[in-house]
Design a protein around this ligand. Structure first.
Ligand code: ATP
Length: 250
């Protein structure tokens, strides 16, 4: 297995997120064991792993939706271990949950505005950010008055990402953005993720679709039954024989 090294383009960036020896459980069932990882400002990092490996639990623990049992989370120089979800949003961590979870009866426009609500920013700022999101996802602008529940899966995923961007994230957490989408839409979503990162958004992406995730990421971690078993630049993981056999199917 390859050893970890940061990609050269981010070698001088500051560390944005440090997770040290994190453990989580549901009641008596341990799900994450001693997970450690690091993300630098500007990076796109993928965590890949099979169904049930603990990817969603890891993101929920980072963003304060689930309590950790042990370990520490440092974000933007602050200890946020077991902070509430609203304080992690205020700190700049915006979570796009698995299954999108848009507010189905509300319009596209209102769903986006809810993303800015927690920050209570002045309306001028919100309008400018809304325009940014609409220029990133023109289809959402076309459908801005439509009920979110009537959008296609891919459009709902764009809406969920757009809503998180209204929170002005220092770090965007994306949970299985490709789940349930047709292959062409999966490609669209990964292209958008790459574009967002190129615009300067730091991203932590968890995915079962390891091939696509590692194709867009700078670095990757492999999570297996709650443990990080390896980490490396994404290109190295794509060429690693054990990773290929276990997660890429060739
Ligand atoms: P998937 O891709 O299927 O979402 P995952 O890698 O995200 O998988 P998790 O959803 O974090 O994995 O689940 C990790 C383990 O924790 C699984 O064994 C799952 O059954 C268990 N689990 C998840 N949520 C709960 C819960 N609310 N209560 C009890 N066990 C849970």
């Amino acid at each position: 297995m390859p050893s970890e090294s940061l990609t050269s383009s981010h070698a001088n960036s500051e560390t944005l997120l440090t997770v040290a020896n994190l453990s989580s459980r549901y009641g008596p069932v341990e799900v994450l064991y001693d997970v450690s990882l690091e993300i630098k400002t500007g990076e796109l990092v993928a965590i890949v792993g099979a169904n049930g490996a603990g990817k969603t639990t890891l993101l929920r623990t980072l963003s304060g939706l689930h309590r950790s049992q042990a370990g520490a989370i440092t974000f933007a120089d602050r200890d946020i271990t077991n902070s509430s979800a609203h304080s992690t949003v205020h700190a700049g961590m915006c979570h796009v949950p698995e299954g999108r979870q848009v507010f189905a009866p509300l319009s596209v426009d209102d769903n986006l505005r809810l993303g800015a609500y927690a920050l209570r920013k002045e309306s001028q700022w919100v309008e400018a950010e809304m325009e940014n999101v609409y220029s990133l996802f023109p289809i959402l602008k076309e459908k801005y008055q439509q009920e979110a529940g009537t959008l296609s899966g891919g459009q709902q995923q764009m809406l969920a990402i757009g809503r998180a961007l209204l929170g002005r994230p220092k770090l965007l957490l994306l949970d299985e953005p490709s789940m349930g989408l047709a292959p062409l839409l999966v490609e669209d979503i990964f292209r958008i993720i790459r574009e967002l990162n190129a615009k300067g958004v730091t991203i932590l992406l968890v995915e079962q679709n390891a091939r696509m995730a590692l194709a867009v990421a700078d670095r990757g971690y492999v999570l297996e039954t709650g443990r990080i078993i390896t980490s490396a630049p994404a290109k190295e993981l794509l060429n690693d024989e054990a990773v290929r056999k276990a997660y890429l199917g060739y």
